[in-house]
Unconditional design. Structure first.
Length: 144
């Protein structure tokens, strides 16, 4: 990815609405937010590994979260994609986790810790609060 693609500094990188099919050449770490939503991405390979702010990858064609950051300091949006599981999701999310409006049939690969709410409705399978709390430490509400 060319440096001029970055809209702003490494504080916030906005690559949304650019019809991207891949993320290559992204920085290893972003101090603020990283937005790659509303593109044509099918995976997150080449993505930054550490995001201190929000991470938005919603409204793509993601079939996998492979390549997602390992840790997100605030909110992680992966809703409105084609995910069937959460394999590859960040292990720790400091804020809310949105995985609604996918094709989820499994919670495999779910984050281990969510500091805010876990929002997971409108998938192929409906998950119960007990199922989610059994695999993820959620400090906020679970919305299914």
């Amino acid at each position: 990815m060319r440096q001029e693609m970055f809209n702003g500094s490494l504080e916030t990188i906005d690559l949304s609405h650019k019809n991207l099919k891949a993320l290559n050449g992204c920085p290893e770490s972003v101090e603020g937010d990283f937005l790659c939503n509303s593109n044509s991405l099918i995976n997150l390979k080449g993505n930054p590994r550490n995001i201190k702010g929000n991470f938005y990858c919603h409204r793509n064609r993601l079939t996998s979260l492979e390549g997602a950051p390992e840790k997100v300091g605030r909110v992680f949006h992966c809703d409105h994609n084609q995910l069937t599981s959460l394999e590859g999701s960040p292990r720790i999310i400091g804020g809310d986790f949105y995985c609604s409006k996918n094709e989820l049939i499994s919670l495999n690969g779910s984050p281990k810790e969510v500091g805010g709410n876990f929002i997971c409705w409108g998938n192929y399978r409906n998950f119960s609060e007990n199922e989610i709390r059994a695999i993820c430490k959620v400090k906020g509400k679970i919305i299914t």
